[in-house]
Ligand binder design. Structure first.
Ligand code: ADP
Ligand code: MG
Length: 728
């Protein structure tokens, strides 16, 4: 009897829901642990408050004496809330979050203890950062970086620690984190979009990108997960046969949420709300044990921080409820994976969503401008968009036959396609008054009605327009949103800047009226973007062929996709937009390749261990039992024994065959890994992991799952899919 597995099953079955209850009203709970503008007004002087607000809204610098005052007030607020420590909270290139706690405590010259926290500690810190990845930016002789306060994301108290969101840069000023390039991209899109929005409304002075993410995840019982080294060490199952009852029944989606999960969600939502994460939606997802959580959208930098924070607290709260949370993109073979849809739009300081059609033809021309430039941006940089979501985990969704495909295309629905079709026929140069009226009444004027009917949402598209925002669906559930958001906002900023220049040029050289110039430029954009538009089934075989005819890239593995980062056009893009210089970009590329290699290497080692130390010994023991059985029958029946033991004989042979394949595939795996590790060029190594190491996982899995089906259930060491999934 496999004690561990059975104990785990017993524990999981007997687990009582860890109830969570709070009667605090959502409205008083929300952001109660955040140093919000409201808290700042209470704790800061008027002048300090207005400087901080200006820094938040306009990105201006805060002077040192104000920083001291802010620090002192922040400390007073934090200690009044029970905080004892503070930390700079940042997002190094590992994709996770990092923190180093210091106490609000010092000893003065008289030897007396006091609570202390001043401006210099708020504004800048020097974590011992040599162990964070830097892609060669920080030489070992000056392995130092510093974190610097990002006032645009408010400080918050988590547990008993005041967390101050910061950027993380090297002493030479190079970005060592995910937030710095994001902030630069957001500033680029702000500048470019403001210029274009001014064509339509002179009052616009500022445009912010908005992001509403939808986080998918799996919950499995902690005890069951602990019986599986693959789940514990890699976040996914490397072996395991599909359960007889899978998602084919589709009874989980929007079904009632199991009570253990509900209690977890309640506490997660409570904690999120306290931290100012405006969580709103929760529901079951398609697969068993899969759930989704989505907040109300926010300014993109804040939304990215909130998602990173959420991923962190999810793990902690799951553990309290005896769950292991799986944020991996594909934890179970044959069962839907998890993504993180990034809903994105642009919003003006005057409160207008630039991707929402308005009530007048003019506001609709503004909508069309932002709508079409976004499509054009994606068309120009489709492979970079794909690259922004590249990771070992996400390859199991994107490259494999699962939503969405590795090909980036844009879905806009039939009605908006018709609008674009009409725009193609706009006359060159000056438009006649009749044409203008026609356009305004029949094309631009009709958009709001069109959108109301536009309910045919295509779920297979990686980048879909959904009424008043674009939804980038290829983002992985385990990813930090900063990278895809940096890419998206940079390419859109670049396109808007080009658009502005082209319109200005037509106004100046061709003496066109502003509207005519805009129509002229949009016409050309529409003509050149038809390749990226696709409304059909993104999962189909025929789309792969069609996309290849259209010249769209289909980068199935992360190493292929990542190579886009170092293309000349991409280096030039980031550099010219002030988002990343070539050194920062190259560093990121190398770090991501390294992470890919490490991930597949660890998975391959864990897989080998499971096979050699758990699966094979179990199979051999069972085989031995069968052999004894056959020997017994031989003693009773003599030469006639085989008539009485056909099944046992067959199983003995199957076990020999499957164990034989397991052993030879494992040794092939080990050889392939050694070869990949011996490559001196990192690209070669990553390619070999993708092409030679990873495919062997499937062979191994097939043999291991074959054994799972025939070996005595009572001795099987790993919790099975049917036990891991299906919460009671
Ligand atoms: P679905 O699951 O159908 O895609 P949801 O309602 O779950 O839709 O998610 C929609 C997400 O889009 C929410 O997170 C919401 O806050 C976000 N969203 C709505 N409007 C905007 C916007 N203007 N900018 C960014 N995100 C938005
Ligand atoms: Mg969605």
């Amino acid at each position: 009897m496999n004690k561990l597995r059975f104990q785990a099953i017993r524990d999981a079955v007997n687990r009582q829901p860890n109830t969570f209850y709070s009667d605090q009203k959502k409205s008083t709970l929300f952001a109660s642990h955040v140093f919000t503008k409201k808290a700042m007004r209470t704790f800061l002087t008027k002048q300090a408050y207005s400087e901080v607000v200006e820094a938040i809204e306009k990105g201006s610098k805060i002077n040192r004496s104000v920083a001291d005052h802010v620090a002192a007030s922040m400390k007073d607020w934090a200690t009044s809330m029970g905080a004892t420590h503070y930390t700079h909270w940042f997002q190094p290139l590992t994709g996770a979050t990092a923190e180093k706690h210091d106490a609000f405590f010092d000893i003065d010259s008289n030897g007396d203890s006091l609570e202390y926290f001043d401006g210099s500690q708020l504004v800048q810190q020097e974590p011992d950062a040599s162990s964070f990845p830097s892609g060669g930016i920080r030489n070992t002789f000056e392995a130092r970086g510093y974190t610097a306060w990002d006032p645009s994301s408010p400080a918050f108290i988590y547990g008993s620690t005041l967390c101050i969101p910061t950027i993380f840069v090297s002493y030479t000023g190079q970005a060592l984190d995910n937030k710095t390039p994001l902030l630069r991209a957001l500033s680029a899109v702000d500048q470019a979009a403001t210029q274009v929005a001014k064509f339509f409304d002179k009052n616009v002075t500022h445009v912010q990108a908005t992001l509403g993410w939808e986080q998918e995840y799996f919950l499995v019982d902690k005890a069951l997960a602990s019986s599986r080294p693959d789940i514990m060490l890699t976040g996914r199952t490397l072996v395991g046969h599909k359960p007889p009852k899978g998602q084919q029944l589709d009874d989980h989606y929007f079904g009632s949420i199991p009570s253990r999960a509900i209690n977890f969600m309640r506490e997660l939502e409570y904690e999120s709300m306290r931290l100012g994460i405006p969580v709103k939606t929760r529901h079951n997802e398609v697969a068993p044990n899969q759930f989704e959580l989505a907040p109300i959208f926010e300014e993109a930098n804040l939304a990215v921080d909130h998602n990173a924070l959420l991923m962190d607290i999810m793990g902690k709260i799951a553990s309290k409820h005896h769950f292991k949370i799986l944020l991996h993109e594909k934890p179970f073979s044959g069962i839907n994976g998890s993504g993180k849809h990034n809903n994105w739009s642009l919003q003006t300081n005057t409160g207008v969503n630039l991707l929402s059609p308005g009530k007048t033809p003019m506001s609709n021309l503004q909508f069309l401008t932002f709508f079409i430039t976004t499509i054009k941006a994606v068309q120009n940089f489709e492979s970079l968009v794909r690259s922004s979501v590249a990771s070992a985990g996400n390859d199991h969704r994107l490259g494999a036959n699962e939503a969405p495909p590795a090909i980036i295309s844009v879905f806009i629905g039939t009605q908006l396609s018709k609008v674009l079709e009409d725009l193609k026929h706009v006359s060159k140069g000056k438009l006649s008054p009749q044409e203008k009226t026609d356009l305004k009444l029949n094309v631009v004027g009709k958009i709001p009605d069109v959108l109301l009917d536009n309910t045919d949402r295509n779920r297979t598209s990686p980048f879909a327009f959904t009424g008043n925002k674009f939804e980038f669906r290829a983002v992985g559930s385990n990813q930090n949103c900063a990278i895809p958001m940096t890419v998206l906002n940079t390419i859109v900023a670049k396109q808007l800047k080009d658009f502005k220049n082209e319109v200005d040029k037509l106004i100046k050289t061709k003496k066109l009226k502003k509207d005519d110039a805009i129509f002229n430029v949009l016409r050309e954009y529409v003509k050149t973007t038809k390749n990226i538009l696709f409304d059909g089934d993104g999962y189909s075989e025929s789309w792969q062929k069609e996309a290849s005819r259209r010249g769209l890239s289909n980068l199935k593995t992360a190493p292929e996709a990542l190579s886009v980062w170092v293309k000349d056009t991409v280096i030039e893009l980031f550099d010219s937009m002030g988002v990343m210089n070539p050194i920062e970009q190259k560093a990121r590329y190398e770090i991501q390749l390294e992470q890919y290699i490490q991930c597949v290497e660890i998975e391959s080692l864990v897989l080998e261990n499971i096979v050699n130390n758990q699966i094979l010994p179990t199979a051999f023991r069972y085989q031995h039992m069968l052999i004894e059985n056959v020997n017994g029958l031989k003693q009773i029946y003599g030469d006639d024994f085989s008539k009485h033991a056909p099944v046992a004989m067959e199983t003995i042979e199957k076990i020999s065959a499957l164990s034989g394949s397991l052993t030879s595939f494992c040794s092939a795996l080990s050889k392939a890994r050694t070869k990949a590790n011996s490559m001196s060029i990192i690209e070669d190594s990553a390619q070999m992991y993708a092409k030679n190491v990873l495919p062997l996982f499937l062979n191994i899995r097939e043999a291991a799952d074959g054994l799972e089906l025939i070996v005595d259930d009572a001795t099987w060491p790993l919790a099975k899919y049917r036990e891991l999934l299906f919460l009671r």
